[in-house]
Design a protein around this ligand. Structure first.
Ligand SMILES: C[S@@+](CC[C@H](N)C(=O)[O-])C[C@H]1O[C@@H](n2cnc3c(N)ncnc32)[C@H](O)[C@@H]1O
Length: 298
């Protein structure tokens, strides 16, 4: 059977194995090698360009290299990564092990934007796709945007490419992510629009009173950065996009109230506060973004 070709520009997406697809073929080949234990093989996997991301139950971990090679052959991907735990620390690093293949380098194309990164070192949250697209739609031509947590350009690139911002100032503390941010800015032809700054957004010399829009894409809670974001907004106001985690029951309202309270403590009464769910975030929790309009209409 011919494996699917590995496309460097394939979108990040999730697949289930079904009964006839590549996942089913991996399972039956695995069963030939290890017997009944192959039934534990999960049906889902995530493909990011030429890299595949898997989770395995403890009972299959001893066979992870074999499983990785089988997936590599059946799907025609270059590399298979095993996800061990949740993302870690301030830099949001993925906890992954390479079980087949030599490189984690990949490229995902989403809404016409090219994101290049090393999947072994950089988080690419599939569930944020709609939010990445939304930022591109909300950004108005000519705006000055500050992305406080730019990563490899998740929101910076949609704002520059689709939103046609006049200027995007992108801050990133992780040198590896910053290098990909610079590469992706060039790859997407927006070097004239985006300034990619490397360092801690709390101490980087950002221009105050100049931004129309500030993106605070930090989990679990970007509210500690509200005062930093407020000083960046133009004196007549602008829009903040504040990311946070909330409970699934009434979570969006909870997120809105949390952001409004934090602003209230700083004496700011926003003109509008509107939250939405970005994605589920573990049992009983969700990732929300709250759009805050301060001063003039956004
Ligand atoms: C991975 S993105 C968040 C992407 C997405 N919102 C998610 O689901 O996690 C957050 C980025 O902010 C960067 N970062 C964290 N603290 C920072 C700081 N104080 N200044 C600049 N960048 C920072 C991290 O290195 C990381 O690349």
């Amino acid at each position: 059977m011919t494996p699917e070709p590995a496309s460097p520009s394939a979108p990040a997406h999730r697949r289930t194995a079904g009964t006839t697809g590549p996942g089913a073929r991996v399972r039956s080949r695995l069963a030939e090698r290890i017997g009944a234990g192959a039934a534990q093989l999960p049906t889902g996997y995530q493909r990011m360009g030429r890299v595949l991301l898997l989770r395995l139950p403890p009972g299959l971990l001893a066979h992870r290299h074999l499983i990785g090679e089988l997936y590599r052959e059946e799907l025609g991907v270059e590399t298979v990564l095993l996800r061990h735990g949740p993302v870690r620390g301030e830099m949001r690093l993925p906890d992954l092990e390479r079980v087949a293949g030599d490189t984690g380098e990949t490229e995902v194309v989403e809404h016409g934007i090219r994101f290049r990164f090393d999947a072994t070192k950089i988080l690419f949250a599939r569930g944020n796709k709609t939010e990445r697209e939304r930022i591109g739609r909300l950004t108005r031509p000519g705006e000055t945007v500050v992305d406080l947590f730019a990563g490899i350009g998740y929101f910076t690139l949609p704002a520059a490419v689709h939103g046609r911002a006049g200027r995007v100032v992108a801050c990133e503390i992780n040198p590896v992510a910053h290098a990909y941010l610079e590469a992706n800015v060039r790859l997407n032809g927006v070097a004239g629009t985006v300034t990619a700054l490397r360092g801690d957004n709390r101490t980087l010399p950002l221009e105050t009173g100049a931004a129309d829009r500030v993106i605070l894409g930090w989990l679990p809670d970007a509210r500690p950065w509200l005062d930093r974001a407020l000083e960046l907004l133009r004196p007549d106001g602008g829009v903040l996009h504040v990311h946070t985690i909330a409970g699934t029951h009434g979570g969006v309202a909870e997120a809105e109230a949390g952001v409004a309270d934090a602003l209230g403590r700083q004496g700011i009464r926003p003109a509008a506060v509107a939250g939405r769910e970005v994605k589920p975030y573990g049992p009983g929790r969700l990732h929300a973004v709250v759009d805050v309009t301060v001063g003039r209409a956004g």
